[in-house]
Design a binder for this molecule. Sequence first.
Ligand SMILES: [Zn+2]
Length: 79
Amino acid sequence: MNAVHCPSCERVLYNRRASQCGYCGAHIPEELRFTADEEAELDRQLAELKALRDKREAECDQRIEEQRETNVTFFDLLN
Ligand SMILES: [Zn+2]
């Protein structure tokens, strides 16, 4: 994705949804902002990323849980 710059202060616009520049407050023309479609696509991608991250965290938790069980078994064998 190409960076979009404020037409007034030339700084990179990080918030493509805002109608005003976060630095100088200049009005951001609609063509520089996300369209409703692009916004929906962005939301979808973010949701996907979040789902992926949640899944990874769940798997990580599971692995720790399994490891713990293995340790307990090993510990039990020693006794
Ligand atoms: Zn600006």
